[in-house]
Design a protein around this ligand. Structure first.
Ligand code: AMP
Ligand code: MG
Length: 519
C-alpha cells in the first residue's frame, strides 16, 4: 500500500479537550476533542469521486480495497490518521445557539499531497462530545445529496468542499424526516468529505462569546499561518486586517457564484460558513427550477424565508458581521472590520455585475443593464421560467430577429407563456438591441455564454430519483448522475433527460422541493 503523508496540524498546534469521555457536554478551553468513529457493521463502498482521488493522490483501486474502505467507514485508521471532532458555535436562524461543534463529523487528519493540504472528515461516523441530542449518524438520502452536490459544484466551478467517497455502514438509523411524529428506519451512510480547511465562522465565535480570548488569538494566528500562508509576508500588524478582508471578499464571490448557478444553501447559519469561502454542509439545499428569488427548499424556513435564494448575499453579509463582532473582541481597531464589510459590498457589486453581464452575453456590465435585469427577473418569476434552460437558450436568440419561441422550452406553463408573450418579446427586443452593441459573432457569443450558463445542474428531482433507486438497492444511478454532472457546460449526446425542466410530479414532492434538516 502507498504511504500517505499526514500532518495533523489542527490537533497538534491547537489546544485539545482534557477530558476523554465521549458524551455530549460543554467543552471549554479547547478547539477539539479526541474521538473514535463508531464501528460499521457491514461497510460497502457505493460511490466515489475519481477527481477527488486524483487530488489526494489516492489510487482508485486502493480506495476500493479493504483498508481504505475501513478508514472511509470508520472501521479502522490508515497510518497517520488521528480522529477528532472540533468545537464551534453559531447563530442559527438569527439567534446565538451556543456550542454546536462537530456533532456528526469526525476529522481523520490532514493529508499532504503535491503541496496541498486536505483535511479528511467522515460525516455520519457516530457520536462526539458535540452531538447534543443527535446520534452522530447520517442516512443514505442526505449522504447521496452531499456526495453528489459537492462534486457537482466542483465541476460547475463553484468553490466547495469536496466528497471523496460514499459508503453504507450496514446499520439502520431512526429518522423522523419531517419532524411530524413518523420516524422510520433508514440505511446509515457516511460521506468522506475533504477540504483544505473545515474551519467555520463559528469556530471563532464560540471562544469570543465565552471570553476565551487566548484561545481565539491562537485560532486566528493558526488559521492565518496554515490556511492563508500568502499573508505571512505582510507585517504582523497588517495580517489580520488583510485576512478579514480576504474572507469578506471570497464570501462575496461565493454568493455571486450561487446566484449564477441557481443554488440555494438552505441553512446559512454562521456555523455553516467556511473561512475559505467554500460551500460547506450540504443539508436541505436546492436548485432553482422556475426562477424565484423567494424560493427556499428548507421546510423549516418556509415561513420566514430567511435563507431563500435572493436573500443569500444579504445573509452572508449578516454572517460576516457576526464574525467581525467575534474578531472585535481581540482586534481593537474596529475600523478594519467595518472596512472589511465594505469590501464585501464592493466585491459583491462588482462581481455580480460581471456575472450577470456574462450570463447575458455582454462583455461588460453597464449601469443601465440593471433595468434590463430587473425586468427580466420580474418576468421570469411571473411567467414561471426555468432559469437554467432560459439562459442556455438565450444564446440561440437571433439578435437581428429575436423570437420568444426560441425560449419556449423554458416555460412551465403554456398559458403563462401566452399571457406574458407580448411583455417578454418587448424585453427580448430591448435585450437584442443591447447585445448587438457587443462586437462578437453569433458563434463566439454562444460559446462564451455557454461557459457560464450550465446545461446540467443537480436538479432536486434528479437527486431524488437516484435516492429512490438507492433505497431499493440500486446504486449505479448515483455514479451515472455524477458522470453527467462532470461536464455541466457541455451538451452530452443521449443525456437530454438530465437537462429538462422539473416534471410536474416533482413540484411539491418531498425531497424534490421540500426538505428538512433531518438527515
Ligand atoms: P447542520 O444543520 O447540519 O449544520 O447541523 C447543526 C449542528 O447540529 C452541528 O453541530 C451538527 O454537528 C449537529 N447535528 C446535526 N445532525 C446531527 C446528528 N444526527 N447527530 C449529532 N449532531 C448532529
Ligand atoms: Mg452544519
Amino acid at each position: 500500500m502507498t504511504n500517505y503523508r499526514f500532518d495533523n496540524r489542527f490537533i497538534r498546534d491547537l489546544p485539545g479537550d482534557q477530558e476523554s469521555e465521549n458524551q455530549p457536554r460543554q467543552v471549554w478551553g479547547a478547539l477539539w476533542s479526541p474521538v473514535m468513529p463508531a464501528l460499521p457493521p457491514a461497510p460497502k463502498l457505493i460511490a466515489f469521486s475519481s477527481e477527488a482521488c486524483a487530488a489526494l493522490g489516492i489510487d482508485e483501486n486502493e480506495l476500493k480495497q479493504s483498508h481504505w474502505l475501513q478508514a472511509l467507514s470508520g472501521g479502522d485508521l490508515i497510518h497517520g490518521m488521528q480522529p477528532y471532532a472540533t468545537n464551534y458555535g453559531g447563530h442559527q436562524f438569527g439567534q446565538w445557539a451556543g456550542q454546536l461543534g462537530d456533532g456528526r463529523a469526525i476529522g481523520l487528519g490532514e493529508l499532504l499531497y503535491q503541496n496541498q493540504r486536505w483535511e479528511l472528515q467522515l460525516k455520519g461516523a457516530g457520536g462526539t462530545p458535540y452531538s447534543r441530542r443527535g446520534d452522530g449518524k447520517a442516512v443514505l438520502r442526505s449522504s447521496i445529496r452531499e456526495f453528489l452536490c459537492s462534486e457537482a459544484m466542483f465541476h460547475l466551478g463553484v468553490p466547495t468542499t469536496r466528497a471523496l467517497s460514499l459508503v453504507l455502514t450496514g446499520e439502520q438509523v431512526w429518522r423522523d424526516m419531517f419532524y411530524d411524529g413518523h420516524p422510520k428506519q433508514e440505511p446509515g451512510a457516511i460521506v468522506c468529505r475533504v477540504s483544505p480547511s473545515f474551519t467555520r465562522f463559528g469556530h471563532f465565535q464560540l471562544p469570543a462569546m465565552r471570553g476565551e480570548l487566548d484561545l481565539l488569538n491562537r485560532l486566528i494566528n493558526f488559521t492565518i499561518e496554515r490556511d492563508f500562508p500568502h499573508l505571512q509576508s505582510l507585517p504582523t500588524d497588517q495580517q489580520r486586517a488583510a485576512w478579514f478582508h480576504e474572507v469578506c471578499s471570497t464570501t462575496a464571490t461565493l454568493m455571486v457564484e450561487w446566484m449564477r448557478v441557481g443554488f440555494v444553501h438552505g441553512v446559512m447559519n454562521t456555523d455553516n460558513m467556511s473561512i475559505l469561502g467554500l460551500t460547506i454542509d450540504y443539508g436541505p439545499y436546492g436548485w432553482i427550477d422556475n426562477f424565484d428569488l423567494y424560493w427556499t427548499p428548507n421546510t423549516t424556513d418556509a415561513e420566514g424565508l430567511r435563507y431563500c435564494f435572493g436573500r443569500q448575499p444579504a445573509i452572508a453579509r449578516w454572517n460576516l458581521h457576526r464574525f467581525a463582532e467575534a474578531l472585535g473582541t481581540v482586534m481593537t481597531d474596529h475600523e478594519i472590520l467595518t472596512a472589511g464589510l465594505s469590501r464585501f459590498d464592493e466585491v459583491f457589486a462588482e462581481k455580480m455585475g460581471q456575472m450577470l453581464a456574462a450570463k447575458l452575453g455582454f462583455s461588460q456590465w453597464h449601469d443601465d443593464d440593471s433595468l434590463l435585469v430587473d425586468r427580466l427577473f420580474e418576468l421570469m418569476t411571473k411567467a414561471e421560467v426555468d432559469m437554467t434552460i432560459f439562459y442556455r437558450r438565450l444564446a440561440d436568440i437571433d439578435l437581428k430577429n429575436p423570437h420568444l419561441s426560441v425560449l419556449a422550452d423554458a416555460f412551465y406553463s403554456e398559458s403563462l407563456y401566452q399571457q406574458y408573450l407580448p411583455e417578454f418579446e418587448a424585453w427580448l427586443n430591448e435585450y437584442s438591441e443591447r447585445a448587438s452593441t457587443e462586437s462578437v459573432d453569433a458563434h463566439l457569443r454562444k460559446e462564451k455564454m455557454n461557459q457560464v450558463n450550465p446545461c446540467y445542474v443537480l436538479r432536486n428531482y434528479l437527486s431524488q430519483q437516484v435516492i429512490d433507486a438507492a433505497e431499493q438497492g440500486n446504486y449505479q444511478p448515483i455514479s451515472d448522475l455524477l458522470e453527467v454532472m462532470r461536464h455541466p457546460y457541455q451538451e452530452q449526446a443521449g443525456k437530454e433527460q438530465f437537462a429538462q425542466k422539473r416534471p410536474d410530479w416533482a413540484k411539491r414532492k418531498a425531497g424534490c422541493s421540500m426538505l428538512s434538516c433531518s438527515s
